[in-house]
Design a binder for this molecule. Structure first.
Ligand code: BGC
Length: 728
């Protein structure tokens, strides 16, 4: 099929057939589905008719070659014009082979491995019949109370943008038409869902347009620049208008300004939610607002299906809007070659051979090891030696809850637990296990047993955390400490006096008081995925030295939230040489700084930074400053380090962040080895959105920082010599 034939097809479609294309339904609605007819809960309330199902565009949340082939075949037998269905699902951090959660992947700063993870996820999903994944989720996050921070790569626009690109390139590969082991990507949630007030899910987002453009939009844009085929709208309002009925976001920004011509889909039920938001009186008005704002597919409510025809008849909306939306959907189907090959990659044999392949598990293990952040390691407690007798204690010691939320069709029982991996690695007598507590409850007998285990061991490994149902969608928390039961466990066990290594499993930055002071070493493992236990053993025993760096700050306490590294200064910053005694911007009962800052993470070796130099301290529109710094491995084992470069603008028309990540590189050094790392600084890196939203730079003074994290940096100044800047 060609564009003209897609157009030809559109001409043959009745208005009912067209409108049905704008509907997405879950599997139970479709003939041939394993769950056919199991339409329960709110789904059962949907006023869906047979002809809507017969002509709908797409199926939500179904995968598995057999089922996909069965639904598609039945559908094509009955669909008048032979228009195939699109199968869309949430393949967020793996299909069956589950990779660490995206926030963990963010901490790897490893774009190659990140891309590989989505290539593998795409391959497994595509042979299982999936055509489109609802990923990447690239919402910038600053509030760990929000349960969905685990779906994002973190708090930095630059890093998030690089990951957005890597994820999209991995999912979509080179060519969606010819490569049936790829899936189309759908970037979400447009826009700024991560800025939900007070970290409460679905809550209001109210940002200045400048802040939106500066911090929140770049990662969506990066995904689209990488060729991402679809965009999903967010549940929240942006400046008073729900994203799903927001013309400024969809038609003006996405379509007009950014030239996006792919498919726009709502989030689950979000069109009907325009009523609850209070901008539509009923479903008819909700349908009208959404189509006028530019939304193509309505997910899991039937406002379009019920009312668009009437709205056209009454002259309230132009049929052209429907035609355009249908054309975009048909074009995507064509791009995926579904008219010629409606089952595309789906193959029962390929599925057996490919899904969960050992190579995929190996990649997941590598990425999990690279995503685990070493937050503390006093007296070189880590790495451990196989000769030490360890007491593994805690609810995550023998838990398979390692996949985290949005784990595709991942099977918990296939996850490698800590205890399994340790048993494989250690002589039998060197491992004692005691559960110590469950996630939220502890008994005296559990505590006694844990103490007994600790007393017999050389070192205690505590495996603690949040269950996966404590983060993810609709799982916001106001208390971001570990549950009390586990705080009690660690406190009591630490009294035994054995070295304590704590391994944390969780989906958000936590307030680690009550954990950090009782731990000699602390590893943040997040939800590490299918190979979690093995990856942790690789780290605990030094086969791999930790190299991850936080991509989201860990607050000192929840009262500081949001706390993020790239904040503005105030007129009365704490610690300034001329600061007044009392009237400074701080708290009476807490430091301003987070407990662990953005970019922070230790290694088993140590690195020294010196000889920070700039090739010149003047930059012009066409010149480049080379910033160089020497990094030396001063410890006794080889290790990888992520060297970071930040810039601050002191001459902005608008107040600029105290630091902004501009570049980084990952290096590997042997003990005693050193390397000079060179970064190029160009005028274009100094641009930002001005008052009139022009994207330009300002002549004047800048500070450039280099170092191992956003706090411990060397710095130098340079001047940008020019008037005004360039609009890109
Ligand atoms: C989530 C989306 C997801 C969709 C479909 C919604 O509840 O917000 O991220 O893609 O469901 O499963």
């Amino acid at each position: 099929m060609t564009t003209s034939t897609v157009n030809h097809l559109l001409k043959q479609m009745t208005i009912k057939e067209k409108i049905a294309q704008l509907l997405q339904l879950a599997g139970p609605f479709f003939k041939g589905s394993d769950q056919q007819g199991q339409i329960t809960g709110p789904m059962a309330e949907m006023p869906i008719e047979e002809e809507h199902i017969l002509n709908s565009s797409s199926v939500l949340g179904v995968s598995g070659a057999k089922e996909v082939i069965s639904i598609q075949q039945k559908h094509l037998e009955e669909n008048r014009l032979g228009i195939p269905l699109l199968f869309m699902a949430d393949i967020v951090h793996g299909y069956k082979t589950i990779f660490p959660v995206p926030l963990a992947i963010g901490c790897s700063w490893d774009l190659e491995l990140a891309k590989k993870s989505t290539e593998i996820a795409a391959k497994e999903a595509a042979v299982s019949g999936v055509h489109v994944t609802f990923a990447p989720m690239v919402d910038l996050v600053r509030d760990p109370r929000w349960g969905r921070v685990m779906e994002s790569t973190g708090e930095d626009p630059h890093l998030n943008s690089l990951f957005a690109k890597a994820f999209v390139e991995g999912f979509q590969k080179e060519n969606l038409t010819s490569d049936t082991e790829s899936v189309a990507a759908c970037v979400k949630h447009f826009a700024a869902y991560g800025a939900a007030q007070a970290g409460r899910d679905y809550n209001t987002v109210d940002l200045s347009e400048r802040q939106l453009r500066e911090s929140y939009l770049p990662a969506y844009k990066a995904a689209l620049d990488a060729g991402c085929e679809m965009v999903m709208t967010a549940f929240n309002t942006v400046d008073g208008i729900p994203a799903t009925g927001n013309k400024e976001l969809m038609r003006d920004l996405l379509r007009e300004e950014w030239g996006f011509d792919g498919v726009l889909i709502s989030d689950w039920g979000a069109v009907k939610e325009l009523i609850a938001h209070g901008v539509a009186e009923d479903e008819k008005e909700a349908a009208k607002k959404a189509i006028l704002a530019g939304l193509d597919i309505e997910m899991m409510t039937a406002c379009y299906a019920q009312y668009l025809e009437e709205l056209v008849e009454q002259g309230e909306i132009d049929i052209k809007l429907i035609d355009e939306a249908v054309l975009r959907i048909l074009t995507l189907k064509e791009k995926l070659d579904l008219f010629n090959n409606p089952c595309r990659g789906a193959s029962i044999e390929a599925e057996k051979a490919i899904v969960g392949h050992a190579d995929h598990r190996k990649a997941s293990r590598d990425l999990a090891a690279k995503s685990t952040v070493l937050l503390k390691n006093n007296h070189q407690t880590l790495p451990l030696s196989r000769n030490q007798k360890i007491a593994l204690i805690g609810p995550f010691g023998d838990s398979n809850d390692l996949l985290g939320p949005w784990a595709g069709v991942g099977v918990k029982d296939e996850a490698v637990t800590m205890i399994k991996a340790l048993k494989d690695h250690l002589p039998e007598n060197n491992l004692i296990f005691s559960e110590g507590s469950s996630i939220e409850k502890i008994t005296q007998s559990q505590l006694d047993e844990a103490l007994q285990a600790a007393s017999q061991a050389d070192v205690v490994v505590l495996a603690l955390g949040e269950s996966s149902s404590m983060s993810g969608e609709a799982n916001s928390r106001t208390n971001i400490q570990l549950p009390q039961a586990q705080l009690e466990l660690i406190k009591t066990v630490a009294k035994e006096g054995k070295p304590v290594v704590t391994v944390l499993f969780n989906g958000r930055p936590l307030d680690l008081h009550g954990v950090v002071e009782h731990s000699d070493a602390l590893l943040e493992a997040w939800f590490p995925g299918t190979e979690g236990g093995n990856a942790l053993v690789d780290l605990l025993y030094g086969k791999v030295s930790p190299s991850a760096k936080l991509s989201m700050s860990f607050p000192y306490n929840v009262g500081q939230v949001p706390v993020y590294y790239n904040h503005f200064n105030t007129g009365r910053p704490k610690g300034a040489p001329d600061a007044q005694e009392h009237y400074v911007s701080d708290y009476m009962d807490s430091p301003n700084d987070p407990l662990f800052p953005f970019g922070f993470g230790l290694s088993y070796t140590s690195f020294a930074y010196d000889q920070f130099e700039l090739s010149t301290d003047e930059l012009t529109a066409d010149s480049v400053i080379e910033a160089s710094i020497r990094v030396k491995n001063t410890g006794s084992c080889s290790g990888e380090e992520i060297v970071q470069l930040y810039i601050r603008d002191f001459s902005g028309e608008i107040v600029r962040p105290v630091k902004e990540l501009k570049d980084f590189c990952r290096i590997s050094l042997e003990p005693g080895e050193s390397e000079i790392i060179r970064f190029s600084i160009k005028e274009e890196q100094l641009r930002y959105h001005h008052k009139d939203l022009s994207f330009t730079s300002d002549a004047g003074k800048f500070e450039v920082f280099a170092g191992p994290n956003s706090q411990d940096t060397h710095s130098l100044f340079f001047t940008l010599k020019m008037k005004g800047g360039h609009t890109s």
